[in-house]
Write a protein that binds this ligand. Structure first.
Ligand code: NAD
Length: 484
C-alpha cells in the first residue's frame, strides 16, 4: 500500500448510518487527483441505502430534537474541539482526496470546519426574538427543529462546505443525511466517527456514499425529509428542484458563478494584481472565483503585463508541497471538460495569452493557469462557469460600462471591486447583482452575514439567523390575556 492509500485507509469507505458502518453490494473507485491512483473502493449506495439513512435519521431526530439547546450547544462545541485535535490528519486526507493545497487545508480550511460547529453551536444560544403584543395578546416566536435534512455537497471544498450545512442543521435540532460528492467522499466519513465521540446520538448524523443520479436522486425524492440544502451546479439544482416539487420540500441552493473582478483606473495596482492571481486558488475550482476580470482601459496594458508575469511565476505541483501554488484538477474527466471550453474558444479564433492546456510534466490532471485577453463578451469562456484555472481579461471605459459588463451573465454569486474611491465603490456595489461584493479584498466573510447567490447562483441565504430561518420550522404562538 502506498502512502496515498494508507492515508485514505483512515476513512472508512462505507456509509455511516445509524452510527454504524454499512457496506453496499457495489463499490466505486475513489482516485487521488495527485497522481490519479485509486485510493479507496467506496460503497455505492442506491435507493436501499437512501431509505435506510432517512429511517435512521428519523429515529435520531426523536432524541436530538429533545436535547435542550444548552446540551446541543455543548455537544457541538465538543465536536469543534475534536476537529481541531484532528486538524492535521483531516487536512492530509482532504488533500489526498481532492487535490487542494495542504497548506490551505491546514491553515484555513480545517480551522474553518471547526469554526462552523463552534459558531452555530454558540449562535443557537442567542437565538431569540422579542414577543409581539397585539390587543393584549402575546405573539411568541419559536424556532422549532424541522426534521430530517438532506444535505448534498460538491467536491471542491468537501468538508468545509458540508459542515457549513451540517452545523446549523444540527444546531437547530435536526438530524442529517449527508451525501458528499463521489470525487471526494472521505473526510465526511471521518466526521461520522467524530460526531459519535462528541456525544451526538446514533442516527442524528448519517453519511451515504454514491453517485448523485442514484443515491442523491433517491434522497431528494423522499417524502419523509423536511429540508434539502444543496451546493453544486445549476443543472443538478434543476433536477433536485423537480424532485422536491412533488413533496414541496423546502430548498436552499448555493450554485455556480461567473463573478466579475472590476479594477478601476484609480486602483492600487499591486493589490489588483494580487486579487487577480488569487482567482487561481484551488486550481480555479472555487464557486466565488472572480475569473471574469474587467479592467479600466487607462491601466489595462500595465495590469495585463503584470498579471501575465505573476502567472508565469506560479509553481504548479504536488499539493502536499508547501511551495506549491497550484495543484491538480479534481479528476481527469474534469480536465476534459475544461479542455472542451478551450477547444470551442479556439474555434472562435481565441488563443490564450498564457497557459492553455495540461501540464504534461506533472501527469494528466494538472492544467496550466490560463488567461485570455480581450475575448468578446458573448463568448462561452466569458459567459459560462469553467471551474478551472482560466481567467478572462476585458477592458472597459467608465463606470457604467463596468457595471453593465459585470451584470451581463446569468449568474450573481459574487463581485469584487478594486478602486481607491469610496464613493465609486459604494455606487458600484449598489448596482452589481451579487450575493457578496468585496471591495479591495477577496474571500473574507463573517459567518453571521448572509451568504448565497442571486439569479442562477442560488436560492436563499445561509449564515447566522438566515441558516436558522431555513433549518427551523418557525412558529408563532398567540396567547390571550384571558383565561389564566
Ligand atoms: P454537481 O452539481 O455535479 O454535484 C454536486 C453534488 O450533487 C454531488 O454530491 C453530486 O453527487 C450530487 N448530485 C448530482 N446529481 C444529483 C441528483 N440528480 N440528485 C441529487 N444529487 C445529485 O456539482 P459539482 O461538479 O460537484 O460542483 C461544482 C459546482 O458546485 C460548480 O457549479 C460550483 O460553482 C458549485 N459550487 C457552489 C458553491 C456555492 O456556495 N455557491 C460552492 C461550491 C461549489
Amino acid at each position: 500500500m502506498d502512502t496515498l492509500s494508507q492515508l485514505a485507509a483512515i476513512a472508512s469507505p462505507n456509509h455511516f448510518i445509524g452510527g454504524q458502518r454499512v457496506a453496499s453490494s457495489e463499490v466505486f473507485l475513489d482516485r487521488s487527483p495527485i497522481d490519479g491512483s485509486v485510493i479507496a473502493e467506496v460503497a455505492r449506495g442506491r435507493e436501499l441505502e437512501a431509505d435506510m439513512a432517512v429511517a435512521a435519521a428519523e429515529v435520531g431526530f426523536r432524541t436530538w430534537s429533545k436535547f435542550s439547546k444548552e446540551r446541543r450547544s455543548e455537544t457541538l462545541l465538543r465536536l469543534a474541539d475534536l476537529i481541531d485535535e484532528h486538524r492535521d490528519e483531516l487536512a492530509e486526507l482532504e488533500t489526498v482526496d481532492n487535490g487542494a493545497l495542504l497548506r490551505s487545508h491546514r491553515q484555513g480550511v480545517m480551522p474553518r470546519v471547526a469554526q462552523n460547529f463552534r459558531f452555530f453551536g454558540q449562535w443557537l444560544l442567542g437565538l431569540d426574538h422579542p414577543d409581539f403584543e397585539t390587543r393584549g395578546h402575546t405573539n411568541h416566536v419559536s424556532w422549532d427543529p424541522a426534521g430530517v435534512c438532506v444535505l448534498i455537497t460538491p467536491w471542491n471544498a468537501p468538508l468545509m462546505l458540508a459542515t457549513w450545512k451540517v452545523a446549523p442543521a444540527l444546531a437547530a435540532g435536526n438530524s442529517v443525511v449527508l451525501k458528499p460528492a463521489e470525487w471526494s467522499p472521505l473526510t465526511a466519513s471521518v466526521l461520522g466517527d467524530l460526531t459519535l465521540e462528541a456525544g451526538i446520538p446514533e442516527g442524528v448524523f448519517n453519511v451515504v456514499q454514491g453517485f448523485g443520479s442514484e443515491v442523491g436522486a433517491a434522497l431528494v425524492g423522499d417524502g419523509r425529509i423536511a429540508r434539502i440544502s444543496f451546493t453544486g451546479s445549476v443543472p443538478t439544482a434543476r433536477a433536485i428542484a423537480r424532485s422536491a416539487a412533488e413533496n414541496i420540500t423546502p430548498l436552499s441552493f448555493e450554485l455556480g458563478g461567473k463573478s466579475p473582478t472590476i479594477i478601476f483606473g484609480d486602483a492600487d495596482l499591486d493589490l489588483a494584481v494580487d486579487i487577480a492571481v488569487e482567482q487561481f486558488d484551488n486550481a480555479g475550482q472555487v464557486c466565488l472565483a472572480g475569473t471574469r476580470i474587467l479592467v479600466e482601459e487607462e491601466i489595462a496594458d500595465l495590469f495585463i503585463a503584470r498579471l501575465l508575469q505573476r502567472t508565469a511565476g506560479l509553481r504548479q505541483g504536488d499539493p502536499r508541497e508547501m511551495t506549491t501554488d497550484i495543484g491538480p484538477q479534481i479528476h481527469g474527466d474534469h480536465v476534459v471538460r475544461i479542455e472542451g471550453f478551450l477547444e470551442r474558444a479556439a474555434h472562435r479564433g481565441l488563443t490564450p495569452a498564457i497557459g492553455g492546456g495540461r501540464n504534461e510534466d506533472l501527469g494528466g490532471w494538472y492544467f496550466r493557469p490560463t488567461i485570455f485577453v480581450d475575448p468578446p463578451s458573448d463568448c462561452e469562456i466569458v459567459q459560462e462557469e469553467i471551474f478551472g484555472p482560466v481567467l478572462t481579461v476585458q477592458r472597459f471605459h467608465g463606470e457604467q460600462t463596468a457595471i453593465q459588463l459585470a451584470n451581463s451573465t446569468k449568474y450573481g454569486l459574487a463581485a469584487t471591486v478594486v478602486t481607491s474611491s469610496k464613493e465609486r465603490a459604494d455606487r458600484v456595489a449598489g448596482e452589481v447583482v451579487a450575493g457578496t461584493v468585496w471591495v479591495n479584498c477577496f474571500y473574507v466573510r463573517d459567518l453571521q452575514a448572509p451568504f448565497g447567490g442571486s439569479k442562477l447562483s442560488g436560492v436563499g441565504r445561509e449564515g447566522g439567523n438566515w441558516s436558522f430561518d431555513f433549518y427551523c420550522n418557525l412558529k408563532t404562538t398567540v396567547t390571550s390575556p384571558k383565561g389564566w
